[in-house]
Write a protein that binds this ligand. Sequence first.
Ligand SMILES: Cc1cc2nc3c(=O)[nH]c(=O)nc-3n(C[C@H](O)[C@H](O)[C@H](O)COP(=O)(O)O)c2cc1C
Length: 451
Amino acid sequence: MQAQGTMAMSVLVQPTGYHSASWLHPDTNADSSTDIDWYRRVIQTAERGCFDLFFIADTPAARTTNLEAYSRFPMFMNVFEPVTLLSALAGATRHIGLGGTVSTSFTEPYNVARMFASLDHLSRGRAAWNVVTSANDFAARNFGLDKLPPHGDRYERAREFVDVVKQLWDTWEDGAFIRDRAQGLIFDVTKQHPVDHQGRHFTVRGALNIERAPQGHPVIIQAGASDTGKDFAASVAEVVFSSNSTLESARAFTQDLKARMARFGRDPDQLKVCAGKPVMIAESRQEAEDMFRTLQEMMHPKVGLMRLGMDLETDLSDLPLDEPVPEHRIPRNSNMHKAYFDHIAHLIRVEKLTLRQLYQRYQRGHETFCGTARDVADHLEEWFTGGACDGFMMLFNLLPTGIETFVDQVVPELQRRGLMKTAYAGRTLRENLGLTRPENRHVVEARRAAQ
Ligand SMILES: Cc1cc2nc3c(=O)[nH]c(=O)nc-3n(C[C@H](O)[C@H](O)[C@H](O)COP(=O)(O)O)c2cc1C
């Protein structure tokens, strides 16, 4: 079980690091994106630091337009499929949770239920699925669509999708595979419960062809920022990645999310909010700030404008770099990442930044915290004890150096303060996070019927 009062600690891993210019930095390996040894080194470092969860984000598409910019910022252009990668990493680790993104907009529940049940068995109970509805049209075009369905429709499909996946995870009771050689029976026929689902988006009549997962259900992660997204998270998520730049806004987000859980009959302790936290650690605060500024300046203007355009959902590349961005260029509504959109709109409206200042300031929903190891420990402690979150989703601008410094210098400090565990107490990710193992719904129903 997660020790009382300790942080849930996760890390988002992108090849070379979280920063868009990280691949240009001499401390990184530009060829790490398809190098399994590189991933092994990073995950083993995270496990040495008692991280609960290693997380791989994803979108199922390489960009095919704006290649002038993408050839300078290789995000998702050359990456492993997450579940395949996590399966390989399961064999290189023993304790750390393995989380990956699979979109509900471009898959069927059966595929996802089967993949994550398999990963949970491969890792002996360490799998977690990040449920996303996806937020780019490049992915839509790989699956027979011109563009993404509207936000509300995507979430409606996601709700039904997760419901069907959970039903599939319950198609076998625990212990259904008795492997009784004396009787000649491999499974107990009374312990199979096929799904009979007919909904608006999916019709599924059948059972999963793998026994119930060690965790019962692999852990469900979500990161919705919109009202619909938060309701969805409150109804199903067990880990949520939040993206707020101040302690106050993070606390308001966490309180809002946990308050919504009551409507779905859920206990707020059964959801761990991990605040996204980019950090830059050095011997002095000044050095850390300089390192971060250097990275921001390494970003090519085409990349800066493309990142702004992507999240503001409009093209700003016709505007002069050194003049303020006119307010009328902000679109009326966001259909993709609402939190990112609102942040850029705020910087344009309130801070009146020039285009160059805007792309050098904009950090995709989070502010990088720059400081010494002790400063970082103080900052994380302040957020955690201040009720901003249950733990963190660490975002290291440069990898593997960022996580190596964190594990060598920040983790021992947090452990000394009793804020991080010093060993894995549980066998599964659920146990390490303090999440209850879901009972099979058919067993619960049978028990109720017998009462
Ligand atoms: C830490 C973090 C990781 C995320 N990972 C992914 C991802 O891998 N794939 C993806 O399509 N969206 C990802 N998202 C985006 C969310 O799923 C979601 O679309 C976004 O927060 C906007 O929320 P909304 O759809 O409710 O407006 C991530 C968000 C955060 C904060």
